[in-house]
Design a protein around this ligand. Structure first.
Ligand code: ZN
Ligand code: ZN
Length: 139
């Protein structure tokens, strides 16, 4: 499969390569994502066996909830990953990908918890909590 994408944290201590098609980017406005990212989460999703991570020892995993961990670069602090314990996929922050990412926007979730200082008016679907079918960054 040659449908590969590359990405990294800001300082380059962590690099990753994905293969195959990736899910559309989901924007998560939940409180945890707001607090961790400073705004909101924008992530795609890839099966565990279709991502290679270099410099994984530089990732700090923060257990943000009983069911999921959040991975960021220990050196520069870049938010990179969200990993649910029971899913064989990993969420990867869209902004970490090198251009051209070829990623497409999908929808907004947890909009009921969004920050009170911005509006969402891009026309994408909005869900007050999670989506009916996709388990993503959230709780
Ligand atoms: Zn880094
Ligand atoms: Zn979230």
């Amino acid at each position: 499969m040659n449908d590969t994408r590359t990405g990294s944290c800001s300082c380059g201590a962590v690099h990753f390569t994905t293969s195959g098609p990736l899910r559309g980017v989901i924007y998560c406005h939940c409180k945890q994502c707001r607090k961790q990212s400073g705004h909101f989460f924008a992530a795609t999703n890839v099966p565990d066996d279709r991502i290679m991570i270099e410099g994984a020892s530089n990732i700090t995993w923060y257990r943000g909830s009983d069911t999921a961990r959040r991975g960021f670069c220990s050196v520069c602090g870049s938010v990179l990953f969200w990993k649910h314990d029971e899913l064989d996929t990993i969420s990867v922050m869209a902004g970490a990908f090198d251009a051209p990412s070829r990623l497409e926007a999908h929808s907004h979730i947890f909009v009921a918890d969004k920050g009170d200082y911005y509006e969402i008016d891009d026309g994408l679907p909005q869900f007050s909590k999670s989506t009916p079918t996709i388990k993503v960054a959230g709780n």
